[in-house]
Design a protein around this ligand. Sequence first.
Ligand code: AHR
Length: 495
Amino acid sequence: MKNAKLHVEKDFEVARTDGRLFSSFLEHLGRAIYTGIYEPGHPEADEDGFRRDVLKLVQELHVDYVRYPGGNFLSGYDWKDGIGPKENRPRRLDLAWRTIESNQFGIDEFYDWSRKAGTKVMGAVNMGTGTPKDAGELLEYCNFPGGTYWSDLRAKNGHRDPMDIKLWCIGNEMDGDWQICHLDADDYGKKARETAKIMKLVDPSVELVVCGSSTREQATFPDWDRKVMEYTYGRADYLSMHRYYENCGNDLDFLASFVDMDGFIHTLVAAADYVKAKVRGKKDFNLSFDEWNVWYISKDRQHDWMEAPPILEDNYSLLDALVTAGLGMTLINHADRVKIACLAQLVNVIAPIATQKGGSAIRQTIFYPFRYLSEFGRGTVLQPVIDTPKVETKHGDTPLLYTTAVRGDDNTVTVFGLNIGDDAMQVEMDLASFGTLTMLEHVCLDGNDLNAKNTFEAPDRVKPRKIEPVSGTFHSCSVVLPKQSWNMLRFQVEK
Ligand code: AHR
């Protein structure tokens, strides 16, 4: 047994969480859309062809925004192919994933799906083959009230009222040489600035996200980010960040991925503050971590030119779920500067929800940390003082116990605790500043087999269990967090 001490002060505030921290992502990629959320003819399909079983799981995740339609797909996509009568929509080559795009699903369908899912749309405009003019026209199609070519076409296509999509990405991973029509930082910076100008002329109330580095391993990181922010400081609102993690053979290094994410965020906050000073600005350039997850990056090209083939369908383990828990906690811990974050992706493609074509939908292991963080991680993030054993990992000095504390608006305190060590951890918790507390619940995700996965045959093999909460009323308490476990401890503040 190891020991740690945690002191949570009710007034040591980091920031309020932005609801958009609990967002996700759906790309026209593999079976994310087709046979993922949209499958006309499926026994669970509604009148629009949306799978009701998937809608239910998305609602259970409490997802705020869903970024759409890409991803790498975005940089070769013409949004105009995806509107109007379905029988007239062209079948196109999707060059990003080397598949066939049927265009049976486009922005109108996605908007309708979002409303049913209870999510909001984070749109994206193509900065690869797309032009600033295309971007302005897409915004006019979505948001302009009426009386113009594009807004009237929207009405004709079934949406008389504006969609009011207020959050937009200007391109995707334009720093990557894999991206269709990849640009260098100067060319992208200028194109993004002019696109932002057009978009804010069409609808001044939109918020815009410009491409930052697609991983911190890019040779151009963090100079790319600095330059892009310098070009767009006066027009854009957020810098995008992407980062995926995989197990390279050492479980402890993998579990410590949150340390790497933390460093990535620190560096880009510093870059953003440098730019603010350089341009003599007043606003903070905040961060949109709009792709994050575990991903066993495969170079699978077996499905060339098929329609909606199974691509990137990672089946996640308990270990992967513990890693995503640490990553999600890091995002919350940086709520002062990270305002948007999208678990990438949502269905089938590196996703918490997996479906069978014509069959069922299941919760992958990574579903659970997102679900609990999203439901109970909202409120005022606090800065706890923690005394924990540490260990050296490939990411540097790493705490064996990693925590996040959130004061809810309903007189609750929630502490998330990730124990990455292979011993149980006894944690002495000092919560005296809140007054008298009772413990509502202790939810724990752990297990004997870190490689255990949920499958269609055994969909509930990995799921959180309840541990008996500490009884009575108290100001401080002691809890045991099992080895390699993720925990949610919820307390009620007594009036
Ligand atoms: O999410 C999968 C891919 O990862 C996205 O298309 C791209 O933006 C990133 O490289």
